[in-house]
Ligand binder design. Structure first.
Ligand SMILES: [Zn+2]
Length: 181
């Protein structure tokens, strides 16, 4: 029952994050959204970033040089997730899973939004999920950020945290500030 609940909570997060606005909005370059869910000894972080901030362009990579650029950025993202999202060291958290979808187009996301004016293929996003397993319960701990330190165009993070039944939001600019689980 407990693990089922966790799955449901994670699955419903994007909806929660969008509930304040009217459907999907075009992303803002330099701004990524970050959903952080703390549950018992685990932390799950979902990152949705404009592709431009991760690998420098938003069209579909077809040329070998572009594919190389994209793939290298994906590897960098996976390898540095625990440096970009800094969990309290006393929790002894380990990154146990990193999945990255490097090309999510707005056309796919905005299917239901008829008012969406962007041309097909104009924008794309990188969606990633990182799972951490920790040595202690994570509730009440602090998360710090060094996303811009890894990807210099990632200037702003719109962070939503969900820990137990507590949900909160904060905006991190130039890696300054923290979020609480
Ligand atoms: Zn874009």
């Amino acid at each position: 029952m407990h693990s089922l609940l966790t799955t449901l909570v994670i699955a419903s997060l994007p909806t929660v994050a969008l509930a304040g606005g009217k459907g999907h909005k075009a992303h803002e370059h330099g701004t990524a959204s970050v959903n952080i869910v703390g549950e018992a000894n685990t932390v799950t972080i979902q990152l949705e970033s404009p592709s431009e901030a991760i690998y420098g362009f938003e069209y579909e990579a077809k040329k070998p040089a572009d594919i190389k650029k994209r793939d290298e950025a994906v590897e960098k993202l996976k390898a540095n997730a625990d440096k970009m999202f800094i969990l309290d060291t006393s929790l002894a958290c380990k990154l146990i899973e990193a999945t990255v979808n490097p090309f999510v187009t707005e056309a796919q996301e905005a299917k239901e939004d008829k008012k969406h004016k962007h041309k097909k293929g104009t924008h794309s996003e990188v969606h990633a999920t990182f799972k951490f397993e920790c040595g202690k319960p994570v509730a009440g701990s602090e998360v710090k950020f060094a996303a811009k330190a890894q990807f210099k165009s990632l200037r702003k993070l719109k962070v939503q945290t969900l820990s137990g039944e507590t949900q909160s939001g904060s905006t991190i600019v130039n890696d300054a500030g923290s979020a609480k689980l």
